[in-house]
Design a protein. Structure first.
Length: 254
């Protein structure tokens, strides 16, 4: 059964059948704001696991992937950690006909940029993510990143963006650097360590969380990891969709 629980007026209006991409695009539209907007898209089991056997895909569903594709298609840039690139086998974002007119009207290119956050640049630059994207892949790193790896990334066609004074990336500077490149509508897909850094830095504006009706037990990571924040930050529920026991939630920072 498919149910809609409208918390805002941006919930898809079709209660029966498959939610159309247009309906999902309206439901997940970026807010009108003068500054950058960073949203995260993650999936979790009922018992809090953000992964199963190191990957998020086993927790997903067909509708979750439809939401995933919609969120990507609305973004200027997809920000992802190097470990997630390695584990999930990341490929370049593709142009999707269903969103072509919407992206053109928003002044966007045919597909979002992929931006990989990494300190050591320990990546295989022979992968399609670097050799054959529609738009060059960005590498977000620190000023003290290994020079030989920086050169290799650039030879592969990636664009290296410095967003930190040390070897690693400072989350607030990453957001500022991407916005400065004309990419204000940001989507991060993790992994947990990267999301934890964004949360701790106070720069996450929105969380789109799929809660899967699954129990995994084990010792899998939560959707966000790393040091705790001193004071938990409050988010409000914007919308809630349900299908086959999967909950598709959208929370916005207060």
């Amino acid at each position: 059964m498919r149910r809609l629980f409208p918390v805002t007026d941006q919930t898809p209006s079709e209660p029966e059948g498959e939610w159309s991409f247009d309906a999902l695009a309206e439901a997940y539209a970026y807010p009108k704001t003068d500054g950058p907007w960073l949203r995260a898209n993650m999936v979790s089991s009922l018992d809090g696991a953000g992964q199963h056997e190191g990957r998020s895909q086993p927790l997903s569903s067909d509708t979750d992937m439809r939401v995933f594709g919609t969120l990507r298609a609305l973004a200027d840039v997809v920000v992802v950690g190097a470990e997630t690139v390695r584990q999930e086998g990341y490929r370049p974002a593709r142009a999707r006909e269903a969103f072509a007119a919407r992206r053109e009207a928003a002044g966007q290119g045919p597909a979002p940029v992929i931006a990989v956050v990494t300190a050591a640049l320990d990546l295989d630059f022979g992968l399609p993510l670097f050799t054959s994207p529609l738009v060059p892949t960005l590498i977000l790193t620190g000023a003290a990143a290994p020079p030989d790896r920086v050169r290799e990334a650039e030879r592969a066609g990636a664009v290296v963006v410095v967003a930190g004074d040390g070897p690693g990336v400072e989350p607030a500077r990453a957001v500022e650097a991407l916005a400065g490149r004309g990419l204000p509508r940001m989507l991060t897909e993790g992994g947990p360590r990267l999301l934890g850094q964004f949360v701790a830095a106070g720069v996450l504006d929105e969380l789109c969380l799929t809660v899967a009706p699954l129990l995994t037990a084990g010792t899998a990571q939560r959707i966000a990891g790393g040091p705790p924040v001193s004071v938990p930050e409050r988010f409000r529920l914007e919308s809630l969709l349900e299908e086959a026991g999967f909950l598709y939630t959208r929370y916005r920072r207060i």
